[in-house]
Design a protein around this ligand. Structure first.
Ligand code: SF4
Length: 402
C-alpha cells in the first residue's frame, strides 16, 4: 500500500491544554464499533463514568450544553486519556487531526486545518508544499474501483498543483487554469471519452490555455453585479449545517460588513488588496489592479497573501480532488477548492474591515481553522457545497481550452 502525506506532516504535535480551542467540542464524535465494544468491558472506578458519558444508542460521546465532550475537563484535558492512556481513545480521537482518504492500493493522509496548530503550520509555510509517498504492508480490495480513472485524476492533480505553485503567474490565472482543466475533463468524462482526458491535461500546460480559459471566465458587468455574485456565493454558507453557534454570528457579521452597501464592495476589495501591497511596497509583477494578485513579502508579520491563498488551494485540492473517482464530479471538486479559499478570503476581508482596516496572521489563521471546522467537519456540508457548485459556475458553460 502506498501512503501519501504532505511534507509538513511530521511538524505537527498536539499542544493539548495549550490549544486555544479544543477538538473535543462543537461536533459529535462517533465511536467506532470496535472501541465501543471495548468500552463496555472497562472495569474499576472509571466504569460508571464511561457508562454515563457515552450515548450507547448513537455510538457517540455525550456532550454538555456547550457541546463539550463529556470527558473533557475544565483544563481542556481528556479524562478518558488521563484514566486509560492512549489505549482509551476511539479511532476518531486517535487519528485527529489526521484525515484519511482511501483508494485501492493508496492511502492519502493529510492534516486537517480545523486544528489550530495545523492551520498555523500551513499559514506560516512559505515554500511550496510537496507530498511524500512510501510503501507500507497491507492492501485492501475495493469493489467497483476504477484504477484507470484514478490514475488520470492523479496526473491531473499533479499538474494542477504545479499550476497552483507556479509563482510566475497571478493567483487569478492559476485558479482559472485549474478550473479550465477540470471543466474540460468533466466534459470528456460526461461524453465517456476518458482517454481524451490526458490530452486535456497536456493542453493546460501550454501558454495558449490561459487565453482560452480567460475568454470563458464568468465576467461580471459592473460593480453591483460583482458584489451580487460574491454575496450569492457567500449566502450559501447559511444553508449549511451549523456546528457552532458562534459561526452563525460570524457569518451574519461578515455578510453585514461586506454586502450591506452594494457600491462599496469593490472599493473595499481593492483597498484590502492594497492594504497588503502597501505594507511592503512589493508586488507581483504580473498583478493587475483590483485583483487578488498581490505577492507580498512582509518580514514583520509574515503575511504573504498570495502564498497563503496558494497553500489553501493546494490543501483543498489535494484533499478532495481524487474523491472524484467515486462520484465522477471532477469539476465540482476543483470548484470546491476555489470556493472554500474564496470564502476564507471574504471572511478575512470582513475581519479586516471590522478591525478598522487591519488584520494579522494570527487572526487570519483563526478564521481558517474556524471555517474548516464548520465546513470540512460535516460530510453533509461538503456534499451540500458540491451540490450547489454543480449549478453555480465560475466559468461559462462553453468548452474552454480544447
Ligand atoms: S485541536 Fe489540534 S492542537 Fe488542539 S487539542 Fe486538538 S489536536 Fe491538539
Amino acid at each position: 500500500m502506498l501512503i501519501t502525506i504532505p511534507d509538513y506532516y511530521q511538524d505537527f504535535e498536539c499542544i493539548a491544554d495549550k490549544c486555544e480551542d479544543t477538538c473535543c467540542a462543537g461536533w459529535q464524535i462517533v465511536i467506532d464499533k470496535k472501541t465501543l465494544k471495548k468500552y463496555t468491558k472497562i472495569k474499576g472506578d472509571f466504569r460508571k463514568r464511561m457508562f454515563k458519558s457515552v450515548d450507547w444508542f448513537q455510538g457517540t460521546f455525550k456532550q454538555d450544553k456547550d457541546k463539550r465532550c463529556a470527558f473533557l475537563n475544565e483544563k481542556n484535558l481528556c479524562d478518558l486519556y488521563l484514566s486509560q492512556g492512549e489505549e482509551g481513545f476511539c479511532k476518531t480521537c486517535r487519528e485527529y487531526p489526521r484525515h484519511t482518504e482511501e483508494f485501492e492500493g493508496v492511502r492519502e493522509i493529510t492534516l486537517s486545518i480545523s486544528c489550530p496548530e495545523v492551520a498555523r503550520i500551513l499559514m506560516n509555510r512559505m515554500e511550496p508544499v510537496s507530498f511524500l509517498s512510501y510503501e507500507r504492508e497491507g492492501e485492501e480490495e475495493f469493489e467497483d474501483f476504477d484504477p484507470f480513472f484514478y490514475s488520470i485524476l492523479e496526473d491531473a492533480r499533479k499538474e494542477m498543483i504545479a499550476i497552483l505553485q507556479n509563482r510566475d503567474l497571478t493567483i487569478t490565472d492559476r485558479i482559472l487554469l485549474i478550473l479550465g482543466m477540470a471543466h474540460d475533463m468533466q466534459g470528456r468524462m460526461n461524453r465517456q471519452e476518458m482517454f481524451a482526458c490526458s490530452d486535456v491535461i497536456s493542453k493546460y500546460t501550454t501558454n495558449r490555455a490561459l487565453d482560452f480559459v480567460k475568454k470563458h471566465q464568468q465576467k461580471t458587468e459592473n460593480k453591483k453585479e460583482e458584489m451580487t455574485f460574491a454575496h450569492t456565493m457567500f449566502q450559501h454558507l447559511f444553508e449549511l449545517e451549523l456546528l457552532r453557534e458562534e459561526w452563525g454570528v460570524l457569518l451574519a457579521e461578515t455578510e453585514d460588513l461586506l454586502y450591506r452597501d452594494k457600491e462599496n464592495y469593490c472599493k473595499t476589495k481593492k483597498e484590502f488588496i492594497n492594504y497588503f501591497k502597501n505594507r511592503t511596497g512589493l508586488q507581483n509583477h504580473n498583478s493587475k489592479d483590483g485583483e487578488p494578485d498581490t505577492m507580498i513579502e512582509d518580514s514583520n508579520c509574515n503575511i504573504n497573501i498570495t502564498i497563503h491563498l496558494e497553500q489553501l488551494l493546494v490543501y483543498f485540492l489535494f484533499t478532495y480532488f481524487p474523491g472524484a473517482v467515486y462520484d465522477g464530479e471532477i469539476y465540482a471538486k476543483v470548484q470546491l477548492a476555489v470556493y472554500c479559499t474564496w470564502m476564507i478570503w471574504e471572511i478575512w476581508m470582513a475581519r479586516w474591515l471590522k478591525n478598522e482596516k487591519s488584520i494579522d496572521l494570527e487572526e487570519m489563521t483563526e478564521l481558517v481553522y474556524r471555517f474548516s471546522r464548520e465546513v470540512e467537519h460535516s460530510d453533509l456540508n461538503l456534499r451540500e457545497i458540491e451540490k450547489i457548485l454543480s449549478k453555480k459556475w465560475f466559468l461559462t458553460n462553453k468548452t474552454g481550452c480544447s
